[in-house]
Structure formats: C-alpha cells, structure tokens
Ligand binder design. Structure first.
Ligand code: ACO
Length: 332
C-alpha cells in the first residue's frame, strides 16, 4: 500500500495555532463595505474573521502558533533543525518570514526558508519537510502556515474583501517519536492562467510605482466564479489520485480537513468525493479564508476537540493561486 508500508513515515509531534484578538463579524464588516450578513453567509458560510492590528505582522502570528506547537510537542527550540513557513503575505519580500521567526523563537541558526504556494502552501511545506527529514540530514522540522491577508485586501472590492482573515498554524514534524503519521503526498500546479487569482504589483513585473498604486495592483484580485469551479475540480482529482495510489478509497477516509475557503466549495467536494459532509471539519465560519494558515488552524482545533481516534485516516486537501493543489494523508 504505497508509502504507508514501505517508508518510516514522519510524525506530527505537536500542533499549535494563533489568531489575532480583533474579531469582525459580518454585521460589523457591513458598516464599512456595501454587503450584508445574509449575502456573505449564504454565498460563503463565513460569519466572522479575525484581523491583526497595524503593528502585527505575519511573523508575529507565526511566532505565536510556532510557540504553541513547540509547547504541545514538549520540545525546546534547540531541538528544531529546519524551519519552513508557507505564506503569501510575508513581513517583507526578503528576508523570509522563516528567518524572522527563527530569531524570535531563539531557534539555533538552522536551515530556514519560505514556501509560496498560496492556499496549498502549508501542504506543499509538509511535503518538502517530509522529504528533507527522510533524507536523514534533518531531525525535527517546524512547519508553519501564516497569513496577514488583511494587508493585501482591497476594501473597495466587496467580492473579495469579505472572504479573508488573518491567522497562523504550525506543526512539529519528526521521524522519531509518537504522533499522527504522514503517509502520502500529492502536489501539483497549473500555471496557465495566473491572473485568475493574483496580486499583480510589487514584484519584478510591476514594481511599486504611482501607477501600480493607482491601479490598486498591490491588492489581491480574483475571478471568483472561475476559481470556484477550478477549486472543486482540482481538489477532487488531488484527493482521488492520492487515495488510489495508496490502495485506498473515499470509504476509508474518517476525516477530511479541507482548505477553508467557502462552505459551498466544501459541500460540492463532499458530493463529488462521495464522502459525507459530517466527515469534513470546517471552522471557516469563524475565521474566513486564512490561505496557508487554514489547514493547520483547522487541524489544531479538530485535535483539541478530540475528533481524531487512533487508527483513523485523515485527508487534508487544498487549492490555491497558481493554480496549485495538494493533498496529504495522515494516519492518526
Ligand atoms: N455583498 C453583497 N453583494 C455582493 C458582494 C458582497 N460582498 N459581492 C458581490 N456581490 C454581488 C455582485 O455585485 C453581483 O450583483 P449583480 O448580480 O447585481 O451584478 C452578485 O452579488 C453576484 O456576484 P457574483 O460575483 O456572481 O457572486 P458569486 O455567487 O459568484 O459569489 C464568491 C462570489 C463568493 C466570491 C464565489 O464566486 C466564490 O466563493 N468563489 C470562490 C472564491 C474562493 O473560494 N477563493 C478562495 C481562493 S483564495 C486563495 O487561494 C488565496
């Protein structure tokens, strides 16, 4: 059965998360944007989201989540020898957010870098960390998904600004020790239509200028309808291919932790995969779409709710700008 029986899988030794304390519900948002609780709830399932304040950056959220994961794993920062942060909202273009939290956490001078695969970023980072740990050159990895999406939200675009929130989640991975085992990975991307979901300005193609600011190019832009259709299609394929490659089927899955973008996307995925909606863990009603943070944030909450029983099979599945997609199987 694929890597489950052949490899010694990496284990999740600890999980942690953090969201900012500033909670904005749909009614509060409607004071600033021409929208309503009814529209947002029926179109997306989102009821509220958390926003960082002006002084807080992505690394501050990542630091808190990482600290909580270290505490959960009961290990010291000195035990970490690899840091990977998935984010599309780094504190700055460079240095990486991983380097910033390495210093903040007091972790020794270890390999640290960021991964940018949008909402699939955390699962991409898990895949990379798994491979690096299995190379034998690293022992314990800190893998974080963290975002301050409020820093790239366009308040003049009501079709996008109602969807997103800020937050962070983190796990400690190791080949040694006990914990849920990562037993399968599937990542992919289709870069043929990048403008479906992008932040056009601020890179080498369109550096910051008066023109880029006037064009509101430093904000996230999205073709919502097309993203919706692609999301369901690529997540179904990513999940199905991975299950088949491990000799498993949808019936074997006990829990699905999907990227938390939209309740209607989750419902469509449930129908297509023929996995009952009750098996999907969702907290997007409280946090909105937190991109790379959404899956570790959900994983942490589900674990704290004692949802996972030993021996059960979990499926994490995501899609994001790129388009990127990823699925990961975990045996609890
Ligand atoms: N409040 C009130 N009305 C609104 C709002 C709003 N916030 N936004 C749009 N509308 C209006 C539109 O103006 C339009 O009005 P009209 O019919 O008079 O022209 C109407 O609502 C319908 O607008 P649509 O854009 O067609 O709405 P749709 O049903 O497609 O829903 C949505 C929009 C929720 C964005 C949907 O397309 C969607 O969920 N797409 C997927 C987005 C997603 O999940 N992205 C996650 C990826 S993010 C990542 O990877 C980083």
């Amino acid at each position: 059965m694929g890597t489950e029986s052949k490899d010694i899988p990496c284990k999740i030794l600890g999980i942690g998360s953090h969201v900012p304390s500033n909670i904005i519900d749909n009614n509060k948002l409607s004071e600033r944007v021409d929208t309503s609780d009814e529209w947002i709830t029926t179109r997306t399932g989102i009821k509220q989201r958390c926003f960082a304040n002006e002084e807080e950056a992505t690394s501050d959220l990542a630091f808190m989540a990482a600290q909580n994961a270290l505490d959960d794993a009961k290990i010291s920062p000195n035990d970490i020898d690899l840091i990977i942060v998935a984010t599309i909202t780094p504190d700055m273009a460079f240095p990486s957010t991983a380097c910033l939290i390495q210093h903040k956490l007091g972790i020794p001078k270890v390999t640290s870098f960021d991964v940018e695969a949008a909402c699939s970023g955390f699962l991409y980072a898990l895949d990379i960390a798994d491979g690096m740990l299995k190379s034998g050159r690293y022992n314990r990895a800190l893998v974080v998904g963290a975002e301050k999406l409020s820093s790239i939200m366009d308040w003049a675009d009501r079709t996008t600004c109602v969807l997103f929130g800020d937050g962070a989640g983190a796990v400690i991975l190791s080949r040694e020790g006990d914990g849920p085992r990562l037993i399968g990975f599937n990542c992919g991307a289709d870069g043929s239509n990048p403008s479906l979901l992008h932040q056009p300005a601020g890179g080498s193609l369109m550096p910051a200028s008066e023109k880029s600011i006037a064009a509101r190019g430093h904000f996230l832009k999205m073709n919502g309808k097309e993203i919706f259709k692609s999301a369901v299609r690529v997540m179904e394929a990513a999940a199905t291919d991975l299950l088949i490659s491990h000799g498993l089927s949808a019936k074997d899955v006990d829990h699905v932790i999907p990227h938390q973008a939209n309740a209607r996307i989750v419902e469509s995925l449930s129908l297509r995969l023929e996995i009952p909606l009750e098996k999907f863990f969702c907290n997007l009603d409280r946090y909105g779409n937190t991109s790379a943070a959404s899956i570790p944030l959900a994983l942490d909450e589900a674990k704290k709710a004692s949802l996972f029983k030993p021996g059960q099979l979990g499926l994490m599945v995501a899609f994001g700008a790129g388009l990127t997609w990823s699925s990961v199987l975990v045996r609890f």
